[in-house]
Design a protein around this ligand. Structure first.
Ligand SMILES: *Cc1c(COP(=O)(O)O)cnc(C)c1O
Length: 425
C-alpha cells in the first residue's frame, strides 16, 4: 500500500498542527504508521490522497450511519447553502428538528441545539448543577463525554490509548467535584451517594459505553442508576452522543426502557456536520437562559446547514426497517469475524450496528477489564486490516460502526480480510 502523499502531508502538517491532527486519535500514535489523509468518501468507502480505497467502519466516529455523501443529505445541504449559511436568528428548521427529537426520545420534553457533543455535555452539567444547587458529578471510569474540564477525569478513549487518563490543565478544585464510579458497578455508585448524600448534582453515563471499546450495560445497571439518583434527588444524564439514533430511533434509553432526566445528543443528529443537542424534562430545561438563571448560548447553534443535514438523516432513519437492516448486517459481520478469528482469545461485543473486539481472555465489563487487552496484538490487527483495505479506528478502545451503505459484499470482503490477518497475529 502506497502512502507517499499522506506521508508528505503529515510531514508538512506536523510543522503547524500539533502531531499533524486536529483531534488526537487521528495521529495513529498507538498503532504506528502514517494515517491516510482522506480525499473523499462515498457510501461505505473512503479514499485517501494516494488513491487507496477502504471499507470504512469508523463512520467519522459515529455520525455517518447512512454512509458518506448520501445523495439526499448532500442535496439538502446544497439547497440550504444557497439560502444562506447562518443567520443568528430562529429558523423553521430548528422547530422541525426539535419536533423530530422530542417525538423520538420520550424523556426529552425540551431540547436545545449546540454545535458539538462536548458543548452538549458541558451545558447539561452546568444546568444540572444550576437546577439542583449541588456541585458534585458522578462519572464512570472509561466513559468519555467530550473534553469538558469536569469530565476529563478517567475519560477512556484518547486518554486511555495514550496512557494519560487525566488531562493536565484541569484545576484540582474542579476535578475534586468529579467522583468516579465503576461502569457496571452499582455498588461503587451507592458508595459515592452514601458518602456524599444531597451533594451530587448528577450522574452522567454512556448507556452503552463506546469510548473504552464498546461495553454493554449489565442487566439492571441502568435501572439501578435511575433508582439511586431518584432517591437522592440527583439527576440522571444519559450521554447518547454515540447511541442516540444509532441503536434504535429512541436511542439506548428506548432500547432499554429507561427514563433519564436529561439526554445529550450529537454525531448522528448532525448528519456529518458539527452538531450537538441537550434536553430533558421541561422543569429542568426551564432553568436555561433566557427563561432561567443558567447561561448557555451559541453563535452557530441551530445552524441551518447542520440542522438540514441532521434532519434529513433522521427522516431517512425513521423509515421502516432501517434498524432491522442494521441489526442484521451487524450480526452477519460479527458472526463472520468471529469465525474468521477462531482460536484467537477475543471478547466480541455487539449491539445493533456497534461492535468491538477486545484481544483478551478476560470478560470485559468495565475499564479495568478492558485494559487487560493486548494492545500490541490490536496494533498488528489494525495495520493488517488497513493494508487489506479495511478502515477501523486506530485504537483498541473504540467502537466500530456498520452503516446502511455497507453491502453484503463489503462485509464478506471484510470477513475474508480478517481471516487472512488473523493468521499473522
Ligand atoms: C464523541 C462523544 C462526545 C463528544 O462529542 P464531540 O462532538 O466530539 O464534542 C461526547 N460523548 C460521547 C459519548 C461521545 O462519543
Amino acid at each position: 500500500m502506497k502512502l507517499d502523499t499522506s506521508i508528505a502531508l503529515m510531514e508538512k502538517a506536523k510543522k503547524m498542527i500539533p502531531a499533524g491532527v486536529n483531534s488526537p486519535v487521528r495521529a495513529y500514535l498507538s498503532v504506528g504508521g502514517n494515517p491516510p489523509f482522506i480525499k473523499e468518501a462515498q457510501g461505505a468507502k473512503i479514499t485517501d490522497v494516494d488513491g487507496n480505497t477502504y471499507i470504512d467502519y469508523v463512520a467519522s466516529w459515529g455520525p455517518m450511519i447512512l454512509g458518506h455523501a448520501h445523495p439526499k443529505v448532500v442535496e439538502a445541504i446544497k439547497a440550504a447553502a444557497e439560502r444562506g449559511t447562518s443567520y443568528g436568528a430562529p429558523t423553521p428548521l430548528e422547530v422541525e428538528m426539535a419536533e423530530e427529537i422530542v417525538a423520538a426520545v420520550p424523556s426529552m420534553d425540551w431540547v436545545r441545539m449546540v454545535s458539538s457533543g462536548t458543548e452538549a455535555t458541558m451545558s447539561a452539567l452546568r444546568l444540572a448543577r444550576g437546577f439542583t444547587g449541588r456541585t458534585k458529578i458522578v462519572k464512570f471510569e472509561g466513559c468519555y463525554h467530550g473534553h469538558v474540564d469536569s469530565l476529563l477525569v478517567k475519560a477512556g478513549s484518547g486518554g486511555m490509548t495514550f496512557g494519560t487518563p487525566d488531562s493536565a490543565g484541569i484545576p484540582e478544585g474542579l476535578a475534586r467535584e468529579t467522583l468516579i464510579a465503576t461502569y457496571n458497578g452499582l455498588a461503587s455508585v451507592e458508595a459515592l451517594f452514601s458518602r456524599h448524600p444531597g451533594e451530587i448534582a448528577a450522574v452522567i453515563v454512556e448507556p452503552i459505553a463506546g469510548n473504552m471499546g464498546m461495553i454493554p450495560p449489565r442487566e439492571g445497571f441502568l435501572e439501578g442508576l435511575r433508582e439511586i439518583t431518584r432517591k437522592d434527588g440527583a439527576l440522571l444524564i444519559f450521554d447518547e452522543v454515540i447511541t442516540g439514533f444509532r441503536v434504535g430511533f429512541s436511542g439506548a434509553q428506548g432500547r432499554f426502557g429507561i427514563d433519564p432526566d436529561m439526554t445529550c445528543l450529537g454525531k448522528i443528529i448532525g448528519g456529518g456536520l458539527p452538531v450537538g443537542a441537550f434536553g430533558g424534562k421541561a422543569e429542568i430545561m426551564e432553568a436555561i437562559a433566557p427563561l432561567g438563571p443558567v447561561y448557555q448560548a451559541g453563535t452557530l447553534s441551530g445552524n441551518p446547514l447542520a440542522v438540514t443535514a441532521g434532519l434529513t438523516t433522521l427522516r431517512i432513519l425513521k423509515k421502516e426497517g432501517i434498524y432491522e437492516q442494521l441489526e442484521e448486517m451487524g450480526a452477519y459481520l460479527a458472526k463472520g469475524v468471529g469465525e474468521a478469528g477462531a482460536g484467537i482469545p477475543v471478547q466480541s461485543h455487539r449491539i445493533g450496528s456497534m461492535f468491538c473486539n477486545f484481544f483478551t481472555e478476560t470478560p470485559v465489563v468495565d475499564y479495568a477489564t478492558a485494559k487487560t487487552s493486548d494492545t500490541e496484538r490490536f496494533a498488528r490487527f489494525f495495520s493488517g486490516l488497513l493494508s487489506e483495505g479495511i478502515y477501523i479506528a486506530p485504537s483498541q478502545f473504540e467502537t466500530g460502526f456498520v452503516s446502511t451503505a455497507h453491502t453484503r459484499e463489503d462485509l464478506d470482503r471484510t470477513i475474508e480480510a480478517v481471516a487472512r490477518v488473523a493468521k499473522s497475529l
